[in-house]
Design a binder for this molecule. Structure first.
Ligand SMILES: NC(=O)c1ccc[n+]([C@@H]2O[C@H](COP(=O)([O-])OP(=O)(O)OC[C@H]3O[C@@H](n4cnc5c(N)ncnc54)[C@H](OP(=O)(O)O)[C@@H]3O)[C@@H](O)[C@H]2O)c1
Length: 376
């Protein structure tokens, strides 16, 4: 099971913390299997303190995490505590309300870190449980619970897909040897990390130059199951994506969208013949907002932006970045021609630079990952 706590639990730890962490780890088992719904995990602990049921949600299984865990627990749930990673829903959707399942199973206490950001559910699940006499405790591991569902929360709060910008860099902040040179910077372990990152997202987005220069496949090779194929998105106003590119050649495996502001019928026909979908998007100011609107319309809850310089800079300029991951290889490229990671206009004052908070530093072999969240 995935450990979501930074520090291991000690024997003296509070059991609530242990079971709440277990519910979050279970939720994370659903990565790749729930979008655009939330990740949810549930642990049922009997009145005697024993784990008697546990489960996590996956979208292809119409049974919710709470129902799976309660089914395992049976009569042993009576008088017990349910640890749920996200507020149980009280509304009749495709599945019956989980609040009613918890009430009729005889659960007397629910420990749940956060409310559901979905306005259909928010606060109402807790209200319903309290009205039935169940003690509801919130807030334990709330930051971790919000992080696990950061894509779902963004979807509701910002009404757009979650944007995670990722680049591989040299220590001096260069992303290749030259603008027209494909350069592999990351080692094996960092490359495996990138596959895991892809697995967490619904789409990957790159600029036209990267598509032409690197001819990437942009597939999820994490080896983990995913319910929806990873959508590849290219911002390509002049329809430069070659019809014999890897992206055009693999549309059976994963959809490829080319977002463009001008359609040359001949080029469009050639690309469309390969299975690439050409999507008109007006250029100019607000283009990236329109790109994200288009992805939202397709139920794409999260997008991993993988560069290059112009595209990364444009997302930063537009402040349309929710998370940043930079993977540094321990090399210095130098020279005048090696492109920097971020282009665009940049800020005129240092106070306007994109500052990251909640920064974590992780090693992958010789490479160093820095991940953080833009301060808002
Ligand atoms: N190390 C890494 O992680 C990494 C990752 C990716 C790329 N790279 C490297 O980066 C270099 C390519 O970077 P690049 O800056 O030349 O190109 P890029 O960012 O890949 O593509 C830029 C092009 O995308 C198109 N585009 C469409 N809408 C855009 C928008 N809103 N904002 C910005 N661009 C938009 C424009 O071309 P049109 O006007 O023709 O549409 C623009 O010229 C290559 O050397 C590649 O190997 C490195």
């Amino acid at each position: 099971m995935i450990n979501i706590l930074a520090k291991p639990l000690t024997e003296t730890s509070n059991p609530d913390l242990e079971f709440a962490a277990r519910a979050l780890s279970l939720a994370a088992e659903g990565i790749g299997l729930v979008s655009p719904n939330p990740l949810v995990g549930c642990v049922i602990v009997s009145a005697g303190g024993e784990v008697v049921g546990q489960g996590f949600y996956r979208k292809d299984n119409l049974v919710h995490a709470e129902a799976i865990a309660l089914e395992q627990a049976g009569e042993r749930a009576r008088g017990g505590t349910a640890y749920v990673s996200l507020e149980p829903h009280a509304h009749h959707g495709k599945t019956p309300p989980c609040t009613e399942a918890l009430i009729s199973a005889g659960i007397t206490r629910v420990v749940c870190p956060i409310e559901d950001p979905n306005p259909l559910v928010s606060g109402r699940g807790f209200e319903r449980l309290r009205a039935a006499g169940i003690a509801v405790e919130t807030g334990l591991l709330a930051d971790e619970a919000s992080r696990i569902n950061e894509k779902f929360i963004c979807w509701h709060d910002r009404q757009r897909p979650f944007v995670h910008l990722k680049l591989a860099m040299s220590l001096d902040g260069r992303i290749s040897l030259g603008q027209s040179v494909s350069t592999r910077l990351s080692g094996e372990e960092a490359s495996a990390r990138v596959q895991r990152l892809r697995h967490e997202h619904d789409a990957i987005l790159i600029g036209a130059n990267t598509a032409v220069v690197d001819d990437p496949r942009l597939t999820d090779r994490s080896g983990k199951p995913r319910l929806r194929p990873l959508t590849r998105v290219v911002l390509d106003n002049r329809l430069r994506l070659p019809a014999d590119s890897s992206l055009a050649a693999s549309t059976d495996e994963s959809p490829t969208l080319v977002l463009t502001n001008s359609i040359d019928p001949e080029k469009a026909e050639r690309l469309a013949g390969t299975g690439v979908e050409i999507v008109p998007i007006a250029g100019g100011t607000g283009q990236l907002d329109r790109v994200l609107e288009e992805l939202r319309r397709r139920d794409i809850q999260s997008v991993l932006v993988e560069g290059g310089t112009a595209v990364a800079g444009a997302f930063v300029d537009a402040r349309l970045v929710d998370k940043v991951t930079l993977i540094y290889a321990p090399i210095i490229i130098g020279g005048e021609n090696a492109p920097a990671g971020f282009g665009g206009s940049g800020p005129s004052a240092i106070a306007d630079a994109l500052r990251l908070t909640d920064v974590t530093v992780t090693r992958h072999g010789d490479d160093i990952e820095i991940t953080g969240y833009p301060q808002r």
